[in-house]
Design a protein around this ligand. Structure first.
Ligand SMILES: NC(=O)c1ccc[n+]([C@@H]2O[C@H](COP(=O)([O-])OP(=O)(O)OC[C@H]3O[C@@H](n4cnc5c(N)ncnc54)[C@H](O)[C@@H]3O)[C@@H](O)[C@H]2O)c1
Ligand SMILES: [Zn+2]
Length: 369
């Protein structure tokens, strides 16, 4: 693929473009001007990202006569809460940001979710642009307009649907990303292959080691295809009433494991990696897919450097954590089940089926079915 490409996100009057281009960060001032931005631009970022990219971004913006206001947040999931959003709002109010002022989210999913949420509520909504700098953010969180923060009773419990004006992806920013975060992002990438595109899945299998070494052409191609799939799913169902739910594959168990580990022992993508394999196991147990499908998924997840193994929580605790998830509807856990690579179906699962599967798969005394 060429070194620059555009993926459209079609949402009628909320449509926008994802631009993927190495070196895009240096052109951020010019791109803002092209968007018709004048005056103040709030740059929301975190301390880690600021260390690598803030100076460069501020210079690129000032070069084009704009007035950037940096807003530097503490990094990590723990800062994704209302208090931190309040800090963003305080700066916007102090600097007299107006309805037409622009916010830029420069960072990973945590920064993007909070900056987007702040943009959605400040003066009932100001425009914002996503400039994602992690693999998770480049292939997932920056696209689709889900914004928000965690509550002590649940992840992403508070938020809004609010689409950005544009998404600008500079894949070269991944060079400074810690290896653990790159590997975590691969879980979301593998997910796209399983839910929507068998030939992309095969491509990932063929190029996994090049991807882990961050070979530029491969990384850009993978980010592009992932964005295309996410954009297509979001365009079909912006507010997650139906098709968008397929994006939750791996996340039913994944979110439960993430929560049980206090968002520390497993980071999001690591928990999703386990979820991809274990939810395929559950699909196989329910006779939705063959064992061969499970083993393909397991092999790919392991080759990405992710774990496929369930941590030693009891099935009761995992089920309880699954019930806490937002995806529960009417007290039932609704999962996404692979039928084969490239195709999934959505369906409820019963607590007894989950516990029977768990017992059988652990060889526990109360199994087999
Ligand atoms: N809105 C959505 O649709 C959506 C989708 C998926 C995930 N999410 C959310 O995204 C969050 C996870 O995002 P994440 O994985 O990007 O985590 P993150 O934002 O916490 O970033 C991970 C770490 O990498 C650092 N970092 C970011 N870019 C860097 C770079 N280029 N170089 C060096 N360090 C860098 C960050 O400071 C942080 O320490 C979760 O809160 C999750 O709920 C949202
Ligand atoms: Zn995810």
């Amino acid at each position: 693929m060429s070194t620059s490409c555009i993926v459209p996100v079609s949402l009628s009057e909320r449509s926008y473009e994802i631009t993927i281009k190495a070196g895009l960060l240096e052109r951020v001032g010019r791109e803002l001007k092209k968007q018709g931005v004048r005056g103040k631009v709030g740059i929301v970022t975190d301390r880690h990202v600021a260390r690598h990219y803030l100076k460069k971004s501020l210079e690129a913006i000032k070069r084009h006569g704009l007035d950037p206001v940096p807003i530097i947040l503490p990094p990590g999931e723990r800062s994704k809460r209302l208090k931190t959003v309040e800090q963003i709002l305080d700066v916007l109010a102090r600097h007299r940001f107006e309805r037409s002022s622009m916010l830029v989210a420069l960072g990973g999913g945590v920064v993007g979710d909070m900056a987007g949420f702040a943009a959605s509520i400040y003066q009932r909504g100001i425009p914002y642009i996503q400039v994602p700098t992690t693999l998770v953010a480049q292939v997932d969180s920056s696209v689709g307009g889900k914004t928000g923060v965690d509550h002590r009773l649940g992840k992403n419990l508070i938020g809004s649907f609010y689409q950005p004006r544009a998404v600008w992806i500079d894949p070269s920013t991944l060079q400074t990303l810690p290896a653990r975060e790159v590997v975590a992002g691969l879980a979301e990438v593998i997910k796209y292959g399983i839910i929507a595109d068998a030939s992309f899945f095969a491509y990932l299998q063929r190029h996994m080691s090049a991807l882990r070494r961050q070979t530029p052409g491969i990384v850009a191609a993978v980010v592009k295809r992932s964005c295309e799939i996410k954009a297509e799913v979001v365009a079909a169902d912006e507010r997650e009433s139906d098709r968008r739910r397929i994006l939750n594959y791996g996340h039913t168990i994944g979110h439960a494991l993430e929560a049980l580990g206090g968002y520390q022992s497993l980071i999001h993508g690591e928990a999703v990696g386990i979820g991809l394999v274990q939810e395929a196991e559950l699909a196989c147990f329910q006779e939705i897919c063959s064992r061969a499908v499970v083993e393909e998924i397991r092999r790919t997840v392991k080759e990405a450097g992710l774990s496929d193994r369930m941590p030693p929580w009891t099935p009761q605790r995992i089920w309880k954590a699954m019930l806490h998830d937002k995806k529960v509807s009417g007290g039932r856990v609704v999962g996404v089940w692979p039928e084969r690579i490239g195709q999934v179906r959505i369906g409820p699962i019963d607590k007894r089926v989950f516990e029977r599967w768990y017992a059988v798969s652990r060889g526990a005394p109360h199994g087999p079915v």
